[in-house]
Ligand binder design. Structure first.
Ligand code: SF4
Length: 465
């Protein structure tokens, strides 16, 4: 039974906020707005940290070893924030052969990896049999690797491309998802969440599913017993109210999935992760940054348009969609902390070191996050937009330990596989950190020099004896 919402209570009253931390009250959208605007960032971080400690304890924070596999960059959509997509005729368009995907998974298994995160563009040339054959061969070769694959926008296009039987979108999704589940699909990643509010989504996600379709896809996955994650990409044209509306929809639909399916073994949103928009090489990134030409007191167009119920209309400001308000570290931490307090029915909050860098990712563990995500062997989507951070397991463990926690490897279900409390831990076993430097990410389609060239140096501080 969800905790009650008491919109009449003063959320800046410490007793009220304490009840939120204890899970006895839920934030209302208006209360979340007040926290965002009126509470200092460190206080907000402390409350989010307290909430994370109630849910996850004081000792352990987790990471997973998985590999991002972007099986194709051919895509029918034209999201304005995307530097990854290609039209099928472009010279650097690609679709990976099954054998290539298998060899990537073999490399992952060699370093103790437990799952793949496989997503792609929405490629109209791939038949359903291509996906089913791929899933079957992955499961045949790697039965212990968890396949976390195909985000809601891909599923919505599968419905369009393959036209399965069914009178409703849910029925059609069920047909395709059941076949994929039988072939080896284990869970569904939350890619393509972006911002749910229609005014924003129509501007940035051209040709991509709307919020209702995204959420419906996840609901069908939950019905079929699969867990999913949820995401939000912020720090572009949206207003603050749009972020809170996004949290609200995830919380509402999670309540419904738990109420309708949990007793029958249904799935749910297991994790939420938010990251700021990366602008390099993207059409949206060419928009001017708000504040360069404006009076600092002039409100951002996204805030004028945004509504907590998602009904904002672009016509309310001529500058809407023409300026971006990029999110830096403090904005990122503030938003993540608020997500921890708001999403009381979502188990895990992930820290986005991939976009924010190792040290902000580490600080995120004190701002409501309980999980550092994955070591990164390969990433093609945000790296196309300029982000090339890369960490291996010892570095990730060290970041978690130096944030004050014991690092532990988890699986997709957030079960602990290895708790690194002692001297044989991946980080504690390192004797020479100067030899352990961040290496360049593998990026699909690029010739990689061997051995990989270090391009990002991540300073981890002086190792404690
Ligand atoms: S973000 Fe995804 S759906 Fe949008 S254009 Fe890029 S690859 Fe396609």
């Amino acid at each position: 039974m969800p905790a009650p919402i008491r919109d009449d209570m003063d959320i800046l009253d410490l007793a009220v906020l304490g009840a939120v931390v204890d899970g006895e009250l839920r934030l209302s959208p208006a209360q979340a707005m007040r926290l965002y605007h009126e509470m200092g960032i460190h206080d907000l971080g402390r409350w989010a940290d307290a909430r994370a400690r109630r849910l996850h304890g004081d000792r352990i924070r987790t990471y997973v070893i998985d590999r991002n596999i972007n099986y194709t960059n051919v895509c029918t959509a034209k999201c304005t924030f995307c530097a990854f997509r290609r039209d099928g005729h472009e010279g650097d368009a690609y679709t990976l052969e099954a054998q290539r995907i298998l060899s990537k998974i073999a490399e992952l298994a060699e370093i103790g990896g437990t799952q793949i995160l496989m997503q792609g563009g929405m490629n109209p040339d791939l038949p359903l049999a291509w996906y089913l054959d791929l899933l079957r061969v992955i499961k045949a070769e790697f039965p212990d690797i968890h396949v976390h694959a195909f985000s809601p926008p891909e599923f919505i296009e599968f419905v369009r491309f393959f036209d399965p039987p069914g009178d409703t979108l849910e029925a059609k999704l069920r047909v395709i998802m059941t076949q994929m589940q039988e072939a080896g699909l284990d869970s569904i990643p939350g890619g393509g969440g972006e911002i749910f509010a229609p005014a924003v989504r129509r501007k940035i996600g051209l040709g991509k599913c709307d919020a209702e379709e995204w959420l419906t896809t996840m609901r069908v996955a939950h019905e079929l017993g699969m867990n999913t994650s949820a995401t939000m990409m912020f720090g572009h044209i949206e207003g603050i109210a749009d972020r809170i509306h996004h949290f609200e929809l995830i919380r509402q639909w999670q309540d419904r999935s738990i109420a309708d399916f949990a007793t029958d073994g249904g799935g749910r949103y297991k994790a939420f992760i938010a990251w700021p928009f990366q602008r390099e090489n993207t059409p949206l990134g060419r928009c001017r940054e708000w504040g360069q030409d404006q009076d600092p007191n002039e409100p951002f167009p996204g805030d004028i348009v945004a509504r907590l119920d998602g009904t904002g209309d672009k016509s309310e400001h001529p500058g809407f969609g023409r300026y971006v308000r990029m999110a830096g570290a403090s904005e990122y931490l503030r938003t993540q902390a608020l997500s921890r307090l708001y999403l009381d029915n979502v188990y895990s909050i992930g820290s986005s070191w991939v976009t924010m860098g190792a040290h902000i990712g580490q600080v995120g563990l004190r701002y409501g996050a309980n999980d550092m995500g994955s070591v990164m062997m390969e990433e093609n989507v945000v790296s196309a937009a300029g982000t090339t951070y890369c960490l291996n397991e010892p570095m990730l463990c060290r970041l978690i330990r130096e944030a004050g926690f014991i690092p532990a490897q988890r699986n997709n279900e957030y079960n602990l596989l290895r708790v690194h409390a002692f001297g044989d831990a991946p980080d504690l076993a390192v004797t020479d950190w100067s030899r352990l430097r961040a290496t360049r990410l593998h990026v699909e389609g690029e010739d990689q020099p061997e051995p990989p060239v270090p391009t990002v140096e991540i300073t981890l501080g002086v190792k404690k004896k």
